[in-house]
Design a protein around this ligand. Sequence first.
Ligand SMILES: CC(C)(COP(=O)(O)OP(=O)(O)OC[C@H]1O[C@@H](n2cnc3c(N)ncnc32)[C@H](O)[C@@H]1OP(=O)(O)O)[C@@H](O)C(=O)NCCC(=O)NCCS
Length: 280
Amino acid sequence: MRFRPLTDDDLATSPPWWEDRSLAADGWRNDETRSAVAVDGEQIVAAGAIWLSRVHDDRFWLEVVVHPERRRQGIGTALARHLATLRSRDLPFMARGYVDDESLRFAEALGARTIQTVPPARADLGARTALRSHAAVQPLAGADRSRVEAAFAELYRWTHEHWSPVRDAFETALLEGLWDELDVDASAVAVDASGRIQALAMTYRDTDPALIVAETVARDEPEGEHLVEGCIRRAMAILAHRGLSVVDFDGHVSDPHFLPALSRLRPSGRWFRLVEIPAS
Ligand SMILES: CC(C)(COP(=O)(O)OP(=O)(O)OC[C@H]1O[C@@H](n2cnc3c(N)ncnc32)[C@H](O)[C@@H]1OP(=O)(O)O)[C@@H](O)C(=O)NCCC(=O)NCCS
């Protein structure tokens, strides 16, 4: 078995077993984005990629897929080791999956440790009455866009700082396309008497069902739980008034104001894990 770079020709003729995977030609963005295939004789038996996100540069995302008839022969492990040699910086790998996914068994065999847990995410919009409303909550549609962007970037920065810190100038990538994806009418902000944005519930319309991200703008925000509840309740009310019945949330167990609000909504779904995998 040998390894070689993954090419555009490989992608054009890719077999069905790698079609839903995150793969692109070697060096697709720069030297932080690498990919390779494992070849046995003339046949491609595995493909994989590693890349640094434009928002975080603490770990390389790892993607590996092995021909279904060639699994459990060490090929996935060998390709991961080859991809480790292609890293532009000495950083570990990162992968994710639902807790019962076989892909996480593979990651664990490579020495994975959990760096973040994502709770079940789907809630009935009718459950919003379990959340307190808050007088400081307003529609996001009326807020100044540059202030919303700054508030969201700060919310994102601190909610990731202890487990996956953002990279320099992450804002550009984070905010790219935001206003196309955001449902401004179904998003909410909490604003104090001086006009400072204290909390956000941002509703994304590019998913089905809609997805809400909510937290305070500063980690230490007095009344943070109540403010986040109020923002989420308003966002959910708008969606409910449109005749929708469920919504998804995107957050982490380490989000101190979001998680208590989510727990009141009695969400359903599968737990999700983000793991770090040693690359050397
Ligand atoms: C996950 C995947 C890449 C593993 O490839 P592989 O070539 O079978 O992996 P290896 O043979 O190197 O397995 C190494 C170890 O991982 C663990 N492992 C791999 N697949 C497993 C599975 N389906 N169930 C439980 N453990 C598994 C085992 O401990 C295995 O060692 P063992 O065979 O001696 O018990 C392959 O199953 C696949 O392509 N799955 C679909 C795509 C995917 O989920 N990719 C993961 C993204 S990182």
